[in-house]
Design a protein around this ligand. Structure first.
Ligand SMILES: Cc1ncc(COP(=O)(O)O)c(C=O)c1O
Length: 367
């Protein structure tokens, strides 16, 4: 048995829609882009949203519409997928990392406050692994300080905080539909904004910097659009999104029931969060080192189970020049491991993963 960590599903219905899009010959922009956006807006209960060529493109667009300039400072989580930091670097923005909570793996208002300065122009929170940050306190802080707040909800489509969809609470929310994500168009993303004025800019910067008057650029824009072909898959998947979300929740609950060991703890979801787990993320106990965590990943691989290590701490990556004070992020980068969750994962496969994981850990001799 080989179980991948993630497996995209483009089902028969998705392919039918893709065929319709191809046959329409509208292969760049087209009606599926519009219809996918409409369905996403309805699902998220937002007024202003645009789909993009990737989650990173959505982040890039966010920085452009906010008018961030080289040297402008933004806060980004020290643990998590680092797209927000990477894209910021390409634009010459100054990234300041906030540490995360050791149990939720997400930033909170206190870790943000520690690195907040008069120069902070934007706070980016990442809802890592489908968990969500404590948004009420973070929103209040951002409002009080008059700083923009962006949620990177790439891994948290469908997760809710106090009943509100991830990505819809801050000024801007971004999503990714790359192959491993909850909803996938292969490559793709989306950005939603609260203000109409930001939406107008989004339309402008997403498409060369001009709107109605062809070739007449008002701002230096990109092409960050999604193609009609990929949007047709997204449109189709929206039709079964609620069932995908239910499956992910069910998979998580089965894992939670069977995985038993004092050698690890699961990522913590606070009470006011209804999470759609993107992966089953685990923090191994203090006796594990980065090396032994990696050996565990190899042992699982021998049993046909693909797992993934936690994200590297920026301090380990040479693209970030400064050494930051990120003790928790650094610790998580060594001890986090994540197990498969995807739409088609079967209960018997979860049982197999848990059995092997429990067996390996029970016999584990710390190295
Ligand atoms: C949290 C997060 N943000 C942003 C991205 C970037 O999205 P994309 O791969 O669509 O560019 C990803 C990754 O895939 C992600 O996991």
């Amino acid at each position: 048995m080989t179980i991948p960590w993630a497996k995209p599903l483009v089902n028969k219905r998705d392919i039918q829609y893709l065929n319709k899009a191809v046959n329409s010959q509208w292969i760049a922009m087209g009606e599926y882009v519009h219809n996918f956006e409409k369905r996403l807006k309805k699902f998220l209960k937002v007024n202003y949203l645009g789909v993009t060529s990737s989650g990173s493109a959505a982040i890039n667009l966010a920085y452009l519409i906010l008018g961030l300039k080289p040297g402008d400072e933004l806060i980004v989580p020290g643990f998590g997928f680092l797209a927000a930091a990477n894209v910021a670097q390409t634009l010459g923005l100054k990234v300041v990392f906030a540490d995360v909570d050791p149990h939720t793996f997400c930033v909170n208002v206190d870790t943000i406050k520690k690195v907040l300065s008069k120069k902070t122009k934007l706070i980016v929170v990442t809802h890592t692994y489908g968990n969500m940050c404590g948004m009420s306190e973070i929103v209040s802080l951002a409002k009080r300080k008059k700083i923009y707040l962006m949620e990177d909800a790439a891994q948290a489509l469908g997760s809710k905080y106090k009943g509100k969809q991830a990505g819809t609470i801050g000024d801007i929310g971004v999503f990714s539909f790359t192959a491993t994500k909850t909803l996938t168009t292969g490559e793709g993303g989306a950005i939603c904004v609260k203000k109409r004025s930001l939406y107008n800019k989004l339309i402008l910067y997403r498409s060369y910097g001009y709107t109605k008057k062809r070739y007449y650029c008002i701002v230096p824009g990109h092409n960050l659009r999604m193609s009609n072909l990929l949007a047709s898959i997204g449109f189709s998947q929206m039709g079964r999104l609620n069932s995908i979300l239910k499956k992910r929740k069910k998979i998580y609950s089965v894992y939670k029931r069977i995985l038993k060991s004092d050698k690890f703890s699961l990522q913590k979801f606070e009470k006011n969060i209804s999470s759609i787990p993107w992966t089953l993320s685990i923090k191994l106990n203090k006796n594990f080192t980065q090396k032994s965590r990696n050996s565990l990943i190899s042992e699982l691989k021998k049993k046909g189970i693909e797992s993934r290590n936690g994200y590297y701490c920026p301090n380990e990556l040479s693209i970030f020049k400064k050494k930051y004070k990120l003790p928790i992020s650094s610790d998580l980068s060594k001890r986090v491991i994540s197990l498969p969750i995807f739409e088609e994962l079967k209960v018997k496969e979860i049982y197999y993963i848990c059995k092997k994981f429990n067996e390996i850990l029970n016999k584990w001799i710390y190295q």
